[in-house]
Write a protein that binds this ligand. Structure first.
Ligand SMILES: Nc1ncnc2c1ncn2[C@@H]1O[C@H](COP(=O)(O)OP(=O)(O)OP(=O)(O)O)[C@@H](O)[C@H]1O
Length: 251
């Protein structure tokens, strides 16, 4: 199997407090990997190590390795801006920029050097189509993104990530602020996107993990208890703690 990303013996500390213990996890290319586990177990912390978002927190110290296409993303010569273009992120709450729908999408490609107006128009349309939003917004591209519904805003944020042509998309509970219909749309979108992208998604919702992911990793107290094909995790987990969690005995 081809792995897009690999974590090897990863430990992470917030100051003197260890939050991740010896995590090794492979993320296969063009698959969806769900990260599940009770609140505070380290899912988001792990997710953020995959595009070095934790670098923004001063007290964080990491040892171990994370590879993207076999290259160590923590190597000193890593270009972080380029890394975050390749490994994009969608957050829990939709966070559109306070500007027009068009400008939200055009912003990233412009920062990466795209100036040609026709090309920008193409990128905006393609990204909005890929995020299943084009038909809903094509007649109001100059309207403020802040006037969209929460579900539309989240798809806009996905379109914004797609506009810079990432290879991996990290999603941190992307549906937790959304209603059931919007959630369903995002889940359908994830199924579509994995044809072209590799996706790692944190979710609190076990049905969602079962529905959308190919592989599931169960975290507990900063440790990766087990990871396997999603069907196996939900029907025949190897570890008693996984079974207790997925059957709702804690968390
Ligand atoms: N910026 C920070 N500084 C210090 N400790 C932190 C910081 N962020 C997270 N932690 C701690 O690291 C541990 C893991 O937190 P993390 O947010 O990764 O868990 P989580 O599984 O994503 O939780 P949730 O499902 O509630 O979002 C927790 O004990 C948390 O308190």
């Amino acid at each position: 199997m081809q792995y897009k990303m690999q974590a090897k013996n990863l430990n992470l500390y917030y100051g003197s407090k260890q939050a991740l213990y010896n995590i090794s996890l492979n993320v296969p290319t063009n698959k969806v990997v769900a990260l599940i586990g009770p609140s505070g177990c380290g899912k988001s912390t792990f997710l953020k190590t995959l595009n070095r978002m934790n670098d923004l927190i001063e007290s964080v110290h990491i040892d171990g390795d994370i590879f993207l296409d076999g290259n160590d993303i923590y190597a000193p010569d890593t270009d972080i801006v380029y890394l975050r273009k390749r490994v994009g992120m969608v957050f829990q709450r939709p966070n559109p920029f306070p500007m027009s729908i068009y400008e939200n999408i055009a912003y990233g490609p412009r920062v990466h050097g795209l100036k040609n107006k026709n090309k920008l128009n193409e990128v905006v349309e393609k990204s909005l189509r890929s995020a299943a939003l084009w038909d809903e917004v094509k007649d109001r591209l100059t309207d403020s993104a802040m006037g969209m519904s929460g579900g539309q805003q989240q798809r806009l944020c996905i379109a914004r990530v797609l506009a810079v042509e990432p290879e991996v998309i990290l999603m941190d509970e992307p549906c937790s602020a959304l209603d059931p219909i919007s959630t369903m749309k995002i889940e359908e979108l994830v199924a579509e996107l994995k044809k072209n992208y590799t996706i790692v998604m944190v979710t609190h919702n076990m049905q969602q993990a079962a529905r959308v992911s190919d592989y599931t990793a169960f975290f507990l107290n900063g440790k990766l208890v087990e990871h396997d094909i999603t069907d196996v995790i939900f029907t025949n987990p190897a570890d008693k703690q996984t079974e207790d969690y997925i059957s709702g005995r804690f968390g």
